[in-house]
Design a protein around this ligand. Structure first.
Ligand SMILES: Nc1ncnc2c1ncn2[C@@H]1O[C@H](COP(=O)(O)OP(=O)(O)OP(=O)(O)O)[C@@H](O)[C@H]1O
Ligand SMILES: [Mg+2]
Length: 471
């Protein structure tokens, strides 16, 4: 219906233009056929061949009536006018056909843009008057291209992201290179969601740069990742608690030793004080021993609290050898109880950036696994060797080697799977969590084993400076 109305409108407008030009031509002797052709072209540019064809016929009749002999009569058809009519009809057909094709293409492009699962904004500059936004952008932000003139995207970018966003724009425009980042955009109700932003240049045939920004909604995905990370951290903590359960007996013994020594030294001090004269030198020496035993006990308790208490990941620069030292101190009593000797082969390694507690957890599980694997060993020494050295790729390499039962080919592919255990009291989470921790630190963990000889668990971690290069 609207297309009929539009055709009728174009036709009427064309007729009015023809009438006006006819009047002008009659008055000032201008070439009517040329001006009539212009009217046909303009009507055809509106995309309606029917309107342009009708205007062409009216133009031909007008030419015959006003400008061909006999004047003011349609008698005596002029063959040149017939030729002109054919030419106008062909012109009207070609132009209206091209216009319709261009319109169809634009409509398809618009459909694609609107169907894209992203918000799209394009323009010659950030706040240009020729800004284009797809329908999703308008629906999400409630802002039309007209609203964007002069202010660009700043009105919808989160205030905390504005500085970064402006800087990105400037650097992209200066370098002509695309940029990618995360930015929060305000929706029509004033709430913000997180989007992945790509800004890239598009060059047309005249090399005039246009900029296109796409925004993909990653808010739900980010939230899911965050929830997953929390769940993993909770799980890691549960697994640490289980590990500590295994160590409880030996740790209780380890704390008990300095406590017993404190009591003994305190009693001795009382005796030296009761002597006449009091032997203050002995009292001083006993007090020094009390302080050092007290510190030893509180160190153990602090290590346990550190391992059990914290939940969130906290990365800091540290030396892997210090972490090995922490863990060996915690597992020492257990090693003694099990008759295992722990050997350290540490060499100077570069600093790493890591979460101390999480690395302790990885190493503690490897040590406990190794000690447990040597439970039934007879006829050879039970030795757990912990080795550290620089990795050939500029990072840190750590290996924990035992002389236990080894891992059979059947078990090997599964040992890093969650809940895979061959132990009656095992949770089967130690290695799974260990692997996710090492990988979250940019490293790799793997195992090798010779059945009946023992196994070696190895991991690498990137050095602190290589991580800052990557960032
Ligand atoms: N050093 C080792 N020697 C032989 N087998 C091992 C060794 N380390 C791990 N395994 C095998 O891999 C399995 C998985 O180890 P993982 O540490 O993930 O779980 P777990 O020790 O059984 O339980 P937990 O969750 O308490 O650590 C073990 O049950 C064991 O069969
Ligand atoms: Mg384990």
């Amino acid at each position: 219906m609207s297309s009929i109305r539009r055709t009728a409108g174009s036709f009427l407008l064309g007729c009015v233009a023809l009438a006006a030009l006819t009047f002008v031509c009659l008055k000032v002797q201008l070439s009517a056929p040329v001006l009539y052709l212009l009217v046909v072209v303009f009507v055809a540019l509106d995309g309606s061949f029917i309107a342009a064809a009708c205007v062409s016929v009216v133009a031909a009749l007008s030419l015959q009536y006003f400008f061909a002999l006999p004047i003011f009569s349609l008698q005596g058809a002029d063959s040149r006018n017939a030729m002109r009519l054919v030419m106008w009809l062909v012109t009207a057909f070609v132009i209206s056909h091209l216009v319709i094709r261009a319109r169809r293409r634009e409509k398809n492009l618009q459909l694609v843009m609107d169907a894209m699962p992203a918000l799209v904004v394009a323009g010659s500059t950030e706040a240009a008057a020729d800004v284009y936004c797809n329908q999703r952008f308008v629906d999400y932000t409630g802002r039309s291209p007209d609203d964007m003139h002069g202010e660009g995207l700043h009105s919808v970018v989160h205030p905390d992201d504005q500085l970064w966003y402006r800087a990105e724009w400037k650097s992209a425009v200066a370098s002509g290179q695309p940029v990618t980042g995360e930015v929060r955009l305000r929706d029509r109700r004033g709430e913000y969601r997180l989007f992945l932003h790509h800004l890239f240049p598009m060059r047309d045939a005249s090399e005039r740069a246009q900029w296109c920004s796409t925004f993909i909604d990653i808010d739900d995905r980010k939230r899911a990742e965050e929830t997953l990370r929390h769940a993993q951290e909770d799980l890691a903590r549960v697994s640490r608690v289980t590990m500590m359960g295994e160590l409880v007996a030996s740790i209780a013994h380890e704390v008990n030793q300095p406590l017993a020594a404190i009591v003994t030294n305190a009693n001795a001090s009382l005796r030296w004080l009761a002597a006449d004269p009091p032997n203050l030198d002995e009292v001083r020496a006993a007090t020094v021993r009390i302080i050092s035993d007290g510190n030893r006990a509180s160190d153990v308790v602090a290590r346990i609290r550190g391992l059990l208490g914290r939940k969130e990941t906290q990365k800091e620069p540290l030396r892997v050898d210090d972490v090995i030292g922490d863990v060996v101190a915690l597992a020492e009593a257990e090693a003694q109880r099990k008759g295992t000797s722990v050997q350290l082969e540490l060499s100077a390694t570069p600093a790493i950036v890591a979460d101390r507690v999480q690395l302790q957890q990885v190493l503690l599980n490897l040590m406990l696994n190794g000690m447990e694997a040597m439970n039934g060993v007879t006829g050879r020494s039970k030795t757990l060797t912990i080795q550290s050295r620089p990795d050939k790729h500029n990072g840190v390499f750590v290996a924990v080697r035992d002389s236990g039962a080894g891992i059979s080919e059947e078990h090997m592919p599964h040992i890093f799977d969650a809940f895979y255990t061959t132990k009656t009291g095992g949770l089967g989470m130690g290695l799974a969590i260990g692997r996710s921790i090492i990988e979250a630190h940019g490293g790799r963990i793997w195992a090798t084993s010779e059945p009946a000889q023992g196994s070696t668990f190895q991991f690498t971690l990137p050095a602190a400076d290589s991580m800052s290069h990557d960032a």
